[in-house]
Ligand binder design. Structure first.
Ligand code: DCT
Ligand code: MG
Length: 401
């Protein structure tokens, strides 16, 4: 996200002086390595975090340790490794020595050990041990199923489930979402390409526009950030006339279902008791699996063959199951929802942390709230600056992971 936009929106129109250090992260030979490392800002939302950067071996290793920490229920260690990885992604050069990270925010002792081993030996022993551990491998496989979070996967692991084929024994204990996740497991493991996302967009727009012709539909998530592939396709739906949005999501999904394009869906109603200081998103949301036409499915993995009995029958099909999330928001909250659903998850987390600790404001997908004024919404000021936000948010997608 462009820092000018960011500082402008966070101060609601009062431009904040943007120091050159805020623009670090872009390769610039004139910036000395020492100076660059000393001036990296602490919050992820203040840095450029390019998709393609200079220290991929190290950030991949740190992200494996972050994932492992989350599987073990350690939020603090997860955040520590995630933040260290995010900082290294913003470095405008390839690290040559662990000394270079000593002044960087979030790159403490444990991360430094990982960095040093990778720089010296090419691998980190702890990371290799984690990757080969049964717990890590099982949790990774189980949480890759749609509808299975860390808590469920951990319970299953403690009940003796180790691989996807073990899930056949759980039978009736699975939720409808998990059953759908298993039924379409092979397809959902494959990345959705940008081209496929474009086809999904046409399908979704066609359904929504058949009820409200001028409905505004925006692709969000990773594709809006310029990624070439993702695990799903996310859309934000709005209209200036909020009446037009009433019941639209359910009608459009039922319309697609009638055409045989919906494999699974669950609509979460808009939260009526949404609180301004809440970090949760209370918008009406549809979590779905769509049958994307004219795509040949890839060959299933041996593990998937054991849990998807119909795969043989399905091998002649010419459609691919794709995860699609649809979010409906009131027009007055559109830009906040757009910001919240563009991601990345880490960027959003850092943006909310920055808002709270530095600006004393609470930011979520519904608005920006002044916590010192007892969570009074800044709606009146928000309308004034909608046009500023609009012009800045309609830029070409930026490149962040
Ligand atoms: N999001 C968030 N916090 C979460 C989950 C999601 O802020 N816990 C936001 C940020 C990204 C956006 O919602 C869409 O979520 P995903 O589809 O999970 O992420 P993505 O960046 O689109 O990743 P992918 O390309 O793999 O779909
Ligand atoms: Mg996504």
């Amino acid at each position: 996200l462009d820092i000018t936009w960011f500082t402008e929106s966070m101060s609601l129109g009062k431009p904040v002086k943007v120091e050159p250090r805020h623009c670090l992260g872009v390769s610039d030979s004139s910036v000395s390595r020492d100076k660059a490392t000393q001036e990296i800002p602490a919050y992820g939302c203040q840095r450029r975090t390019p998709l393609h950067h200079h220290n991929k071996e190290i950030t991949d290793a740190l992200e494996i340790l972050a994932l492992s920490a989350s599987f073990q229920g350690s939020e603090a260690r997860f955040l520590g490794f995630t933040r260290a990885s995010s900082v290294l992604k913003s470095l405008p050069f390839r690290l040559q020595s662990v000394e270079e990270v000593k002044d960087l925010p979030w790159c403490g002792g444990h991360s430094q050990t990982v960095i040093q081993e990778i720089l010296e030996d090419g691998v980190c022993r702890e990371v290799e041990t984690v990757k080969n551990s049964e717990h890590f491998q099982s949790m990774k496989a189980l949480t890759s199923i749609f509808g299975v979070g860390i808590r469920t996967a951990d319970k299953w692991y403690r009940d003796g489930v180790r691989s996807l084929s073990d899930l056949n024994n759980l039978g009736g204990k699975l939720t409808a979402e998990q059953k759908a996740g298993l039924l379409h497991y092979t397809d959902l493991q494959q990345s959705v390409t940008r081209e496929e996302a474009g086809t999904v967009e046409q399908l979704i727009k066609g359904a929504l526009q058949s009820f409200v012709p001028d409905v505004r539909v925006t692709m969000t998530g990773g594709f809006r950030r310029g990624k070439q592939e993702g695990h799903d396709v996310d859309f934000l739906i709005t209209h200036p006339d909020e009446e037009a949005l009433n019941g639209l999501l359910r009608k459009a999904v039922a319309w697609l279902d009638g055409k045989g394009s919906v494999l699974y869906y669950h609509v979460r109603a808009r939260s009526q008791n949404f609180s301004g200081s809440n970090t949760m998103d209370g918008h009406e949301t549809c979590y779905s699996i769509i049958a994307l036409p004219n795509v040949c499915p890839e060959k299933p993995s041996p593990d998937a063959e054991k849990i998807e009995p119909d795969l043989d029958k399905n091998s002649l099909r010419n459609w691919k199951a794709v995860r699609v999330d649809l979010v409906v928001c009131p027009y007055s909250e559109y830009f906040y929802a757009l910001l919240g659903w563009t991601g990345s998850k880490h960027f959003e987390r850092e943006l909310r942390r920055f808002s709270l600790h530095v600006k004393k404001m609470s930011l979520n997908s519904h608005g920006l709230f002044d916590i010192q004024k007892n969570a009074t919404t800044l709606l009146h000021r928000r309308r004034r600056y909608l046009h500023i936000l609009d012009s800045h948010m309609c830029r070409p997608p930026r490149e962040t992971p």
